[in-house]
Ligand binder design. Structure first.
Ligand code: PEP
Ligand code: MN
Length: 480
């Protein structure tokens, strides 16, 4: 093709820039500007990358993943997209929760049922308080890869690679070398977990009249216990009423929608499950879907504007989340939204804010304002856990104070309301078990209690009782 002299080319480029480009857009040859493929992220700088010893074994694992069927379908992903649009418009509320690091050995009937049960119970409290549909999303069936602030840790005077999640390396000290075979294992553990969730729900596990044997005997304060019992009674009455008038013959009460999610951290894994698929079985239009899960989010450590993760996320049709920590600048947030939500789709992006209970007041208002002015219609979700992680003074275990968590939640509700905005979701690290990883709550866990059942391999999770405390706080806010 005829080439322009360099000076001519530069002049033309400058002219085009002033004619058609917005100030933030850099000039690139036409056609190349927006090119995206499931592997285009590989040309970008990446954080939290995993380096494997055996390139051939990685190739083999990815080839296997590419041959396996989708874990979730476009139909399901699109259904969640529609629901998140409702949430962005204030007509639904999202409850997202689960483990910090899901382990392969949480893939048991008991562990899956425990996690489902607490999320269902919390969602009933929220339905009661908000009178809105609740969108339930588990951090489950794939929440394996973990970003770490340090790549190694000292254990009994010796340095080991940090645990980076079950799909990368193992928690046991002898398993800390990244093993690509774990990626295939992650797929099958996700599949088994998802299969049981689908089966249990289709078989009536979520029958709301059945799964609520409320027990508040742990609640130490008499006033709080009385309040919880009143709410549980009115939920039961509500369900009984629907039964009496026959409303529970509809599918609605016996079965619920439940979606899965995880942090989209390990991009080779995500890329292998990203497929160009029809948007539904009866249409010819297609999009790229990451079929590893319904909803993925970008972590606070991997959200660089020009980085690999943002590049990957911008091309997938799934609804996505972005964690927003205190280091996020308002302008950076808007630049990021312009990249991952170029078509300004209501509810495509969920902003999951996690500043910490002492910092939220310095950041949230101006970010609400910046996003409003940008024109992007997001779901505002609060993650009151990740900005509030501390080391316990007595046990030196990583912990969180429920008081801090509830304080960030409460402040988020107030700040949104003062800014004519609305919290439309909550994101919590929790488990269905009676663990002792966070301090406080209605059962009165204290610092020295942490050692009793401290089971997490990553961040501290709310126990099922503490999770209900959080649900009651949100429900009470909207009720009044
Ligand atoms: C997490 O959700 O487990 C996590 C690491 O969060 P963040 O990216 O917000 O730190
Ligand atoms: Mn975590």
């Amino acid at each position: 093709p005829p080439r322009l002299a360099p000076s001519e080319g530069a002049k033309l480029a400058a002219k085009l820039r002033t004619l058609s480009m917005s100030p933030t857009e850099s000039f690139r040859p036409s056609g190349l500007k927006d090119e995206w493929t499931p592997t285009s992220w590989q040309a970008k700088p990446i954080q939290q990358d995993v380096v494997y010893d055996d390139a051939e074994a990685v190739e083999k694992a990815l080839e296997k993943l590419e041959s396996l069927p989708p874990l979730v379908t476009p139909h399901e992903i699109n259904k969640l997209r529609e629901k998140l649009k409702d949430a962005a418009e204030g007509n639904a509320f999202v409850l997202q929760g689960g483990d910090c690091a899901e382990l392969f050995n949480y893939c048991t009937q008991e562990a899956i049922e425990g996690r489902l049960r607490i999320l269902l119970q919390m969602s009933m409290v929220l339905v009661w308080g908000l009178k809105l549909p609740i969108i339930r999303i588990g951090r489950i069936a794939g929440q394996f890869a973990k970003p770490r602030s340090k790549l190694t840790e000292m254990i009994q005077g010796q340095e080991y690679p940090s645990f980076r999640g079950d799909n990368i390396n193992g928690y046991e000290l002898e398993d800390r070398t990244p093993d690509p075979a774990r990626l295939v294992s992650a797929y099958f553990h996700s599949a088994a977990t998802l299969n049981y969730i689908r089966g249990a729900i289709a078989s009536g596990f979520a029958d709301l009249r059945r799964s609520f044997d409320w027990d508040f005997s742990h609640v130490q304060s008499f006033a709080t216990r009385t309040r919880y019992e009143e709410v549980a009674d009115s939920i039961s009455e509500m369900l009984q009423f629907m039964h009496t008038v026959g409303a529970d013959h509809s599918q609605q009460l016996n079965t619920v929608d439940f979606f899965t999610s995880h942090e989209g951290l390990h991009l080779e894994y995500e890329q292998s499950l990203t497929r160009k698929l029809k948007d539904g079985y009866s249409t010819d239009s297609t999009s790229f879907y990451d079929t590893s899960t319904h909803f993925l989010w970008i972590g606070d450590r991997t959200r660089q504007i020009d980085g690999a993760h943002v590049e990957f996320f911008r091309g997938i049709r799934n609804p996505i989340g972005v964690k927003v920590g205190p280091s996020m600048k308002d302008s950076e947030l808007v630049d990021l939204l312009n990249i991952v939500d170029p078509n300004f789709e209501t509810g495509r992006v969920t902003l999951i804010t996690r500043y910490g209970c002492t910092k939220i007041k310095d950041h949230l208002s101006s970010q609400i304002e910046a996003v409003r002015n940008s024109g992007h219609k997001v779901v505002w979700m609060v993650d009151p856990c990740h900005g509030n992680t501390k080391v316990s003074p007595k046990t030196e275990l990583k912990t969180r104070y429920l008081a801090d968590i509830l304080s960030e939640l409460q402040q988020a509700l107030e700040i949104h309301s003062q800014n004519n905005s609305r919290v439309s979701g909550v994101h919590l690290e929790l488990t269905g078990d009676a663990v002792t990883e966070c301090i406080g709550g209605s059962e009165g866990l204290e610092d020295e209690d942490l050692v009793i059942r401290y089971l997490t391999v990553c961040d501290p999770r709310l126990s099922s009782n503490q999770s209900l405390d959080a649900a009651f706080l949100i429900a009470d806010w909207f009720k009044k």
